[in-house]
Design a protein around this ligand. Sequence first.
Ligand code: FES
Length: 235
Amino acid sequence: MAEVVFKVFRYDPEKDETGRVQEYRFEPEPGWTVLDGLNHIKWNLDGSLAYRRACRHGICGSCGMTINGKNRLACETQIKELGTNVITVEPLRGFAVIKDLIVDMEPFYDKLYAVKPYLITKTPPPTDKERLQSPEDRQKLDGKYECILCGCCTSSCPTYWADKNFLGPNALLKAARFLFDTRDEGFEERLNAIDDKHGVWRCHTIFNCVEACPKELNPTQAIVDLRKLILRGRL
Ligand code: FES
């Protein structure tokens, strides 16, 4: 493949007052992803570059970053498919930068914990079998459980940029994953967090999250469904 220029955001809190852009030029192998390019830089050109990665297969969610202005998984973004030989790589917007492409995910996880992202049950389980679901009830979770917590959706949300207390599309999608689970009995426990001016009512249905999600999920629809659920609960 022809030479590419990676323009990578760099920030070292021990040396830099602000972020800067560093350029790296190299010829990628055919089939390389942006993550392969970053690995090439780290392993061959500049070992000081910091970024997160683990699975290389779009599963772990570690490598969410902003590539040519769009939030994506670096391991699922083919260099060739970007259609340009100039590739900008930046940390996810709206999150504090710890170093280079690594952002502070703690506030993101705090929002996730606020919606209690686990099955809540109050009735005792059957003694002779698991808590079963019909195939139809299981299908209601499709599009809600596949989130890999990469942060691409929350980072792309203008409402989150303006209101750092907004739960954000990821946490609300996760709330929907459990609230629409027919085995769950945690509606009251989650209500305080989601039925709030920083919860479902803060979303302005801008749909950036839908565009950003690498798993093609629809957090905006989940938020609309949660609003209906809350309103039905009030009737
Ligand atoms: Fe796991 Fe990219 S490295 S999703």
